[in-house]
Design a protein around this ligand. Structure first.
Ligand SMILES: Cc1cc2nc3c(=O)[nH]c(=O)nc-3n(C[C@H](O)[C@H](O)[C@H](O)COP(=O)(O)OP(=O)(O)OC[C@H]3O[C@@H](n4cnc5c(N)ncnc54)[C@H](O)[C@@H]3O)c2cc1C
Length: 447
């Protein structure tokens, strides 16, 4: 593995890969992932990706995003995300991404919190379609090298300037990688929870590193719980039943098989209603019925969900499935501006790891793939202009620094380091939640 590169990106999800692809081919780019390249939450996205269909929808889309976020969103971030969305959809289609079409025209679906259908989708595997195509594009580029099973343990920093990262490579060696610019695209924090829809290896590592180095965080008290994951007694990742199923007509039922909530409200509202109902019923789940969706629509729009439920013993065309809320998304993260810049020079944070306030207190469904791509692209553009200004081989800096990290005691016991990192993130989330609740005890309650 190389010891020096122009840009190192941590994460092979939609944010990391799109950032790599938006950088010029003249730059040497290293993209690393802890696991297989395909094992990112981006591959799991089911529902779709939002897009501004026409200028007529701008106000409504803006309002839906703000309302879902309890108006705690950063308005400039929301505006940027919405304005850039048509271009992002075009770029994706340019990379070969196929979205559902009806009569030759793009088809749009709707999810909870959306006042109109404005979500592009590919069956119920939109994330796989998008991220798979980005991955295959990245693999074809000579200037991009992807290292699987390579874990970022730390950053190299000199004062408040990031000079690269420390990795554990697939041979089990700890090694410094010097880089002119470093991008954190390490996803969310689901691995810290017992019940989560996320991959278990997503444990908020970027946030832990930020905490250790005094890099600013934002909104870490805002953790989204998804209302409908398939109830199971088995351990491991919970299977998500996308909101678009409810958008297409599925309803939630209590133990007496009665509806108890408007299913198309934002996630936190539906989650709170389900939790209340479970307590009233004395059950660890409520029921989701898809019987109002015509069978052919159900099977063609949601083949993956139908199949997965069948594997768990439920034929959704004939019966209800038990569902329970589970940790799903991290609205907070490493504070970043609209160009992905963090409070540390030459360190960027994008995708679920970064937080520019676009989601506020609660993410609107299908805004996260979009924001990952919008701000990944802006980070890439900012890196390009920063490199032009610097006009030097930035990765050459920090040689002595890398050596000192390499010999650090800190990486002798990696199990302990990981446990400490995870505890650090958990504690910070809990601390900020308490602080927030004390300040706003009449305000919103999030996850
Ligand atoms: C089941 C499910 C369904 C979803 N459905 C939708 C949807 O329909 N629409 C939508 O917009 N959003 C959806 N989301 C959310 C969305 O998929 C994610 O928020 C988004 O894809 C995050 O992308 P990302 O690139 O930031 O992170 P991820 O795709 O999670 O990628 C993180 C990457 O970082 C790597 N990594 C982490 N730590 C380290 C480390 N220490 N060293 C090296 N590598 C590391 C991981 O291995 C991985 O490659 C869904 C999420 C889930 C879980």
């Amino acid at each position: 593995m190389e010891k020096e590169t122009d840009i190192v990106i941590v994460g092979t999800g939609a944010a990391g890969l799109f950032c790599a692809l938006q950088l010029p081919e003249s730059q040497r780019i290293m993209v690393i992932t802890k696991d297989r390249a395909e094992n990112s939450d981006s591959f799991l996205a089911q529902g779709g990706i939002c897009v501004l269909r026409s200028e007529d929808d701008y106000q409504d889309y803006f309002e839906d995003t703000m309302k879902a976020g309890h108006y705690r969103n950063n308005r400039a971030s929301v505006d940027r995300m919405i304005q850039d969305s048509p271009q992002i959809a075009q770029l994706l289609m340019g990379y070969g991404v196929e979205f559902e079409r009806r009569g030759g025209e793009l088809a749009y679906t709707r999810e909870g919190g959306h006042s109109k259908p404005r979500i592009l989708f590919h069956e119920d595997i939109t994330g796989k379609e998008i991220t798979g195509k980005l991955l295959s594009q990245a693999r074809q580029r000579d200037n991009i090298t992807i290292y699987e099973h390579t874990e970022m343990l730390d950053i190299l920093c000199e004062g408040n300037v990031c000079r690269g990262i420390v990795v554990l490579d697939r041979q089990g060696q700890v090694a410094p990688v010097r880089a002119g610019h470093t991008v954190f695209a390490c996803g969310g924090i689901g691995g810290l929870y017992r019940h989560s829809t996320n991959f278990a290896h997503l444990t908020g590592d970027g946030v832990a590193v930020a905490l250790r180095h005094g890099i600013r965080l934002q909104d870490v008290n805002f953790v989204q719980i998804h209302p409908t994951t398939l109830y199971s007694k088995k351990p491991g990742r919970r299977f998500l039943i996308s909101e678009s199923v409810r958008g297409e007509g599925a309803v939630l039922l209590n133990a007496k098989m009665e509806r108890f909530v408007d299913e198309l409200q934002p996630r936190d509202v539906v989650t709170a209603a389900i939790e209340k109902q479970m307590a009233l019923d004395g059950k660890p789940y409520v029921w989701l019925s898809m019987e109002h969706i015509p069978k052919e629509n159900l099977l063609s729009h949601f083949p993956n969900i139908c199949q997965k439920c069948l594997e768990e013993g439920y034929d959704v065309t004939k019966e209800c499935v038990p569902v329970v809320p589970g940790q799903h998304y991290f609205m907070g993260g490493i504070q970043s501006d609209l160009d992905g810049r963090t409070s540390m020079e030459r360190l960027y944070a994008i995708g679920e790891t970064g937080c520019n306030g676009v989601h506020g207190a609660n993410r609107l469904a299908s805004n996260s793939l979009l924001e990952s791509l919008v701000f990944a692209r802006r980070a890439a553009q900012d890196i390009v202009s920063s490199r032009k200004k610097a006009g030097q081989n930035l990765a050459e800096c920090g040689q002595g620094l890398a050596e000192s990290y390499f010999h650090s005691e800190r990486y002798r016991d990696l199990k302990k380091l990981r446990q400490e990192n995870q505890a650090l993130v958990r504690q910070e989330i809990e601390r900020r939640k308490k602080e927030y609740e004390q300040q706003n005890h009449h305000g919103v309650k999030c996850g």
